[in-house]
Design a protein around this ligand. Structure first.
Ligand code: FAD
Length: 694
């Protein structure tokens, strides 16, 4: 039988639909790329149909050094681009920065021996790879790693590969820097040659930047010796070309005024919503759980109805912040760009491999307000680079000194909590630094990062509304000229104040573009996405649970208790639910103080809350003390396979609770302390012990 026209049309539509489905938009995404190059999206190479072959890519782009990064919050990515730039300006290396998830690794056995691979690898959570490094890590970590030439682990398939490695970790976690340690081990075992030492930066000790700087110099010496490189006088070579477009108007509908991508620019928010594409979510409710002179804590309910976003209890929500107007103004003033803030500019990578971190055409104002992390502490290396653009010789001398003298930098910059424009403003007495190229600011500062919050509502109770519990960061330090105001939490506070029609009481004059680009966030919206976590309740609610969550660490436990109370009300068999909570004073910062009674009504004697107040009596009482007090009961529950959860401060509390638990187990089960520690380790390995710490 012949197909009639209708059949053919139907088949054609089905075929096109199938292609569109299987290519996941590959063919459609390459057109009209607002980033000026198609590599800007994460997974860019794959999305734009580009090769995943790094060797080919390096040859095509005439590169002899690739800097791979595994990054979660942007720091590793920043270090990678700094190394790439430095390798080029000081040693003439032709460098390329590469996202680990954009390439395959089967052909690394063919990596040319006159080229260099650099790995900058952050360790995340419990010794895990960052999201973009999962495949890479699994590839090298697998028992039977094999390469395109068929080489196996036994015959040194990577004997041509020269590499250097730096890890970003936090010594408060048990698996300190395990990413770089393991990758280094795997690569060496496969015959690759490491140049210099494998560096380790420690965020826990607050020495990440200095660890990086200290590791870098001997590494460059080793690299230049091995590859026969000559050091040259470093000159600044821009990575991006910024072109002002006086013929364009900021109101033109092709100009990005803070919209994160093309869909948003064109006015339609289209899912799926994720780390590259936020949902502009309505804030349904906002309140302050407590307020005083120095601190306040927000509770917000964010609606995800109709977005196709979903969460399960224990997940995180990411909030995409906007910089405070006051800091945006300072930044533009210091660069002498205030008058031109609404001038339209295009930003293009001068090299096809350069990633433009935000869409263009845009304006200076929008780039600074929505896309660049301008408020973070300024780094010593960046101060060194900026020195050559000083407005006078005296200032240059001071900048060079700051850049080269670690202790002096500490005293003048770190101890005073200065961000980049605060430092420049102070040094020049407010005179603008008009020689600093804007491209350098894009290269030297990181892309603004969404901040994560442990969701404090239960998806079983309210699947379309996500609650967060956040302390507003405001840090005053004697001798520091400015108060450090947390970027995201102060933005959220301003949203709350707007929602309630409150006058802006911020004593430091912060102000925000609350209505967003082209008023798209009006009616109190905030851009968000959801990040799924492994911090989960047992699937069987009759299992006992123990939760330790002082301060905002109680956030996910409010969700856990809310869920178990609702399950009990629905007639389910809910097990013992024990919560250790701590704060300063019961009358003041006791979070959700009125709610716990209602949960108690639903859960009855199965809900037990132990509270510690650190500023009530003569002695400071912390959750650790309460855990000790109830050690016997706790041990019994653990023997009944209770799940044990800790949330909040990673640096001190979570670590102390970990060792305390080992001691308790040792004492109450009559085993050695070492055995107690082993039991805790095993609990962690089997997910009986879970942490959500920051
Ligand atoms: P930022 O601007 O990011 O500043 C944060 C801190 O950096 C400041 O307090 C200060 O110590 C330092 N800093 C910033 N600028 C400077 C400077 N110029 N000089 C010196 N120091 C500076 N928080 C909650 O309140 N509730 C939660 O439930 C919660 N859950 C989390 C879950 C996860 C998985 C993670 C990773 C974090 C969580 N956090 C939570 C922390 C949260 O993500 C943010 O880090 C926090 O709210 C601060 O964000 P911010 O943008 O307001 O501050």
């Amino acid at each position: 039988a012949q197909l009639d026209t209708l059949d053919i049309i139907v088949l054609a539509v089905l075929l096109l639909g199938t292609i569109a489905y299987f290519t996941k938009g590959t063919y459609w995404a390459v057109y009209g790329d607002p980033y000026g190059n198609s590599l800007a999206n994460s997974n860019g190479a794959a999305k734009a149909g580009k090769s995943r072959n790094i060797i080919e890519k390096m040859e095509e782009a005439d590169k002899n050094c690739v800097v791979f990064y595994g990054s979660q919050t942007g720091t590793a990515e920043d270090y990678a681009s700094r190394l790439a730039k430095e390798g080029h300006s000081r040693f003439g290396l032709n460098t390329l920065v590469a996202d680990l998830e954009d390439y395959d690794y089967e052909n690394l056995d063919k990596f040319p021996d006159d080229k260099l691979a650099v790995f900058v690898l952050a360790t995340y959570g419990e010794g895990e790879p960052t999201d973009n490094a999962v495949e890479f890590y699994e590839f090298f970590g697998s028992e039977d790693v094999s390469f395109s030439e068929g080489g196996s682990a036994d015959d040194s398939p990577l004997s041509n590969l020269k590499y250097v490695a730096f890890g970003l970790g936090n010594n408060t976690y048990e698996h300190y820097n395990s990413m770089v340690r393991n990758v280094d081990k795997y690569l060496t075992k496969l015959g690759a040659t490491r140049l210099g030492a494998a560096g380790e930066g420690d965020d826990g000790a607050g020495t990440m930047e200095e660890d990086f700087l200290a590791w870098k110099e001997p590494m460059w010496t080793a690299v230049s010796e091995a590859l026969g490189l000559e050091e040259r006088e470093a000159v600044y070579e821009p990575v991006f070309e910024i072109t002002e477009k006086p013929e364009m108007n900021a109101e033109d509908d092709t100009v990005y005024l803070g919209e994160p991508n093309k869909n948003h620019l064109e006015g339609s928010q289209k899912g799926p919503f994720n780390a590259n594409n936020p949902f502009i979510a309505p804030i349904a409710e906002s309140t302050e759980l407590f307020t005083d002179k120095t601190r306040n804590c927000l509770h917000m309910e964010i609606s995800i109805a109709g977005s196709n976003l979903s969460y399960t209890t224990g997940d995180h929500i990411a909030i995409w912040p906007t910089n405070a107007g006051k800091e945006v103004d300072r930044f533009l003033n210091v660069l002498g760009l205030s008058e031109k803030r609404h001038t339209v500019v295009t930003v293009k990578g001068l090299d096809p491999t350069a990633k433009v971190p935000f869409p263009s055409p845009t304006t200076y104002d929008a780039a600074v307000r929505y896309h660049i992390e301008i408020c973070a502490p300024v780094s010593r290396q960046f101060v060194s680079t900026l020195a050559q653009f000083s407005p006078s010789e005296d200032i240059k001398t001071e900048m060079v000194k700051l850049g080269s003298d670690k202790d002096y930098f500490h005293e003048k910059v770190i101890d005073r909590n200065l961000n980049v424009s605060q430092l420049l403003e102070i040094l020049s007495n407010g005179k603008p630094w008009t020689s600093i190229p804007f491209s350098l600011m894009i290269e030297g500062l990181v892309k603004i990062q969404p901040r994560y919050y442990s969701i404090s509502s239960s998806s079983y109770v309210q699947k379309d509304k996500i609650a967060i519990t956040a302390v507003v960061e405001s840090i005053e330090k004697p001798g520091a000229p400015h108060v450090v105001k947390g970027v995201t939490t102060n933005y959220l506070l301003a949203l709350k104040q707007k929602q309630h029609g409150e006058p802006h009481p911020d004593p430091h004059g912060l102000n925000y573009a609350i209505v967003g680009p082209r008023n798209k966030y009006d009616g109190i919206h905030v851009p968000v996405h959801v990040r799924h976590s492994n911090f989960k309740l047992p699937s069987d609610p009759s299992k006992p649970i123990i939760m330790v969550g002082p301060g905002t660490g109680v956030a996910p436990f409010r969700a856990f208790v809310q869920e178990r109370a609702a399950q009990a009300k629905a007639g389910q068999n809910v097990g013992k639910t024990v919560l250790f909570f701590g704060c300063r004073n019961r009358n003041h910062d006791f979070l959700y103080v009125k709610e716990w009674d209602a949960y108690k009504d639903a859960l009855g004697d199965n809900f037990i809350m132990h509270t510690a107040f650190s500023r009530e009596g003569p002695n400071k009482v912390y959750v650790q003390h309460k855990i000790e007090e109830y050690a016997e009961e706790l041990n019994k529950l653990l023997e009944q396979k209770a799940y044990f959860y800790v949330c909040g401060d990673a640096a001190n509390m979570a670590r102390e609770v970990n060792s305390l638990l080992a001691k308790i187990i040792s004492k109450h089960r009559n085993v050695s302390e070492t055995k107690g520690e082993e039991i805790v380790k095993a609990m962690r390995a089997s997910n009986q012990y879970q942490e959500d710490v920051w």
